[in-house]
Design a protein around this ligand. Structure first.
Ligand code: NOJ
Length: 550
């Protein structure tokens, strides 16, 4: 294990309220999650990322907090949360939480006070304009669901800015008191024992909003300041940020260019996510090769977080129109599967036609690419979506644990569940659940356990450097390698459906007893690497050599 734990972590993202309900009220809770930690330990995840846990009217699934210093009472108490941290730590699992400080709920006492009077001590905690801003109808993040970014508040008799929904007023980052408060929030949770934060909407947090200017400048110094604060409070804490921006802007989120990363430790790789989808849709690795080539060089300590699915729609907005159309045609052909004119609100298994070989290929590929893999709960058993639910709720259905009513998620009356469990068709809990897959050594769950175990023996993926192996390849095949102080891993992934043979003999001189460590089937000896067989949608992870001195 390298010095930086997050480089070789496997992050598992879950929403406590849809994971496991211990008290039968229909909402998942901390005690339910504690009861599932052994499952998570066996799966091999090393870090949990909890979607927002704060009190909230839940108009945006918790991304609208009313108190940053407490937990949503539906999930339990702060005591239960502390117990969760303790029990997770006992199993070597860290916990990070969402830090959603671009905005609050409009029900937050700060906003309630701010709107009540221009003299409120909280007035300047938000962003106001006396007159209707010219850019009122620009910059919406949720087109179709959101119609403006400035709304008039009758009580305040002023316009307030909200990058997201109307009920999420933006905090004013230019106010030093807001900055101090954000730092205090991080201190509080670090003191309780979290290992860091998934920072929501970072480009918008640092936006120095001015009415009428849709291209407001950004204050990156706040990220430097926050990083320093967090690191002093807890040396091994991480910031994992959501910053879905153009690739050339990414480096400045990691650091100020002075060499070492002094801002965000890890960024979600949205660019790779879109390109992975494109490559899968076209059965052509070119988009991934481009992504590997175009990846900006990271400062020391900087790291990518890779993902196939998260709790939001798959955002295809950075693909060209042709590329986007190809992905939509293949994976989200019905209008009902699409969202915001840019994305897909589906889980991976149904997108890939519930084809086990294709699902394995996709996840083997993600987990072998540079960075720290992030896995969304339920993907390890191949859960589906419920398109009858609104918007992004389609992919936020309860975890399917067993054959029991409600898929074992809760003993509540099905009518009382936070969201319905999927109970019909190929993805119903009767067919897709943990209990069934735990008992089956050939299940997708068993495969994930094996794959993640293999990753433990391949630290080069997380902390080494990854490059495309640029030799002639059969159509559809990606060959890449990861090099680190511990040795070299080589990966073959066949995005196409045809069986092929691959010649990697140019690597033979570097090889030292090369062996397959993860494959979709038995391929026999790797031999001289000159005639490596690879099935349609097949993959081979090959250890080329291992350093004996490290
Ligand atoms: C990004 C989060 O991922 C999304 O779920 C949320 O709606 C917005 N930020 C607003 O907080």
């Amino acid at each position: 294990m390298g010095d930086r734990w997050y480089s070789e972590a496997v992050v598992y993202c879950l929403d406590v309220d849809t994971y496991a309900d211990s008290d039968g009220d229909g909402v998942g809770d901390f005690r339910g999650l504690i009861g599932r930690l052994d499952y998570l330990a066996r799966l091999g995840v090393t870090c949990l990322w909890l979607n927002p846990i704060h009190p909230s009217p839940n108009q945006d699934d918790g991304y609208d907090a009313t108190d940053f210093y407490n937990v949503d009472p539906r999930l339990g108490t702060l005591g239960d949360f502390a117990e969760l941290l303790h029990q997770a730590q006992n199993r070597g699992i860290r916990v990070i939480i969402d830090l959603v400080v671009n905005h609050t709920s409009d029900q937050h006492p700060w906003f309630q006070s701010a709107r009540s009077s221009p003299d409120s001590p909280y007035r300047d905690w938000y962003v106001w304009a006396d007159h209707e801003p010219a850019d009122r109808h620009q910059g919406m993040v949720f087109p179709g669901e959101q119609h403006e970014t400035w709304s008039y508040d009758r009580t305040a008799k002023a316009w307030y800015y909200h990058r997201f929904y109307k009920f999420q007023p933006d905090l004013n980052i230019e106010n030093p008191k807001v900055r101090e408060e954000i730092k205090k929030i991080t201190s509080f949770w670090l003191q309780l024992g979290v290992s860091g934060f998934r920072m929501d909407a970072v480009p918008f947090i640092i936006e120095q909003t001015e009415p009428g200017n849709p291209n407001a400048p950004k204050d990156f110094d706040f990220l430097t300041d926050l990083r320093q604060h967090v690191q002093w409070r807890r040396g091994d804490a991480v910031l994992l940020a959501e910053a879905n921006v153009e690739p050339d802007q990414l480096p400045v989120y990691f650091g100020d260019g002075s060499g070492s990363g002094n801002r965000i430790h890890m960024l979600f790789d949205f660019m790779l996510n879109g390109r992975l989808m494109l490559a899968l849709a076209r059965e052509d690795p070119e988009a991934i090769i481009d992504a590997l080539r175009d990846t900006p060089k990271l400062p020391t300590g900087g790291q990518w977080a890779t993902f196939l699915r998260n709790h939001d729609e798959i955002d295809l907005s950075r693909l060209t129109a042709d590329q986007r159309n190809d992905v939509l045609a293949k994976f989200g052909p019905d209008e009902n599967m699409q969202l915001y004119g840019r994305g897909i609100r589906r889980r991976l298994a149904p997108m890939l036609g519930n084809d086990r070989r294709h699902i394995e290929l996709a996840y083997a590929l993600q987990f072998s690419l540079r960075g720290t893999p992030v896995l969304r709960y339920g993907e390890e058993i191949g859960m589906g979506e419920n398109l009858a639910l609104d918007g992004r709720d389609a992919i936020r259905t309860p975890m399917q644990w067993s054959y029991k009513e409600n898929g074992g998620f809760s003993t509540a009356d099905p009518e009382k569940l936070i969201r319905p469990v999927i109970d019909k068709g190929d993805f119903g809990y009767q067919k897709v659940n943990v209990t069934a897959q735990r008992a089956d050594s050939t299940s997708l769950l068993a495969w994930f356990e094996r794959m993640i175990r293999t990753l433990r023996e391949a630290p080069e993926i997380g902390s080494g450097s990854t490059t495309h192996i640029d030799v002639p390849m059969p159509a559809g095949v990606l060959a890449h390698r990861a090099d680190g102080p511990t040795g070299t891993m080589v990966f073959l992934h066949n995005l196409g459906t045809e069986d092929v043979e691959v010649d990697l003999s140019t690597l033979a001189a570097e090889a030292d007893l090369p062996i397959d460590v993860l494959t979709d089937r038995g391929y026999g000896d790797v031999g001289k690497l000159d005639s490596l067989k690879l099935g349609g949608h097949g993959y081979r992870w090959i250890r080329l050599c291992r350093s004996t001195t490290y």
